[in-house]
Design a protein. Sequence first.
Length: 199
Amino acid sequence: MPAVLYCHGFLSSPQSTKALQVKRWLTQHRPQWQYICPELSAYPSEAKATLQKIMQEFVHTNETLYCIGSSLGGYWATWLTEYYNVRSVLVNPAVAPHMRFQHFLGQTLKSYYSTQTYILEAKDLQCLQDHDCPTIKRAQNYYVLLQTGDETLDYRDAQARYMRCKMRVEVGGNHSFEYFDRHLDVIIQFFESSEKPPV
């Protein structure tokens, strides 16, 4: 039975709009599919451990796992794609977040959906750098959705990194990716367009 792993963005949660849209769509159109959306810590080492545990479970069951990653979740989905050879859809993905997060060091950061707070240290940025994938080796495994109106990330960074991948660039929009739910049919078609790649 296929499963979709949704990786939410930095300081976001499984209650984010896009996460819930994916869950609802699968319930209506692919009720036999499993939906997985873990709470990903803002601390990279903890987020990595959560995702590794999920992946190890699927490697052993030999079930098909697809991934959707938004913003920093797109960074993590890239790591999963390159390391575990899964098929992923990236939505306004973060590129080289260890560089962008420099100004967060020492600040108290609060989750958008709870009272949970975080304070990033140099080791957290090092973890992000260690798991960055500047060279995309499995280009056929990606479908990248970008909107030029992203006010948080420069879409051109992702456009350059994923230039060999299937990609849709929409003019306007925002970081949340306006009308994301309209793309879910195409996203699932992308997942279903090839057999499970070997792990």
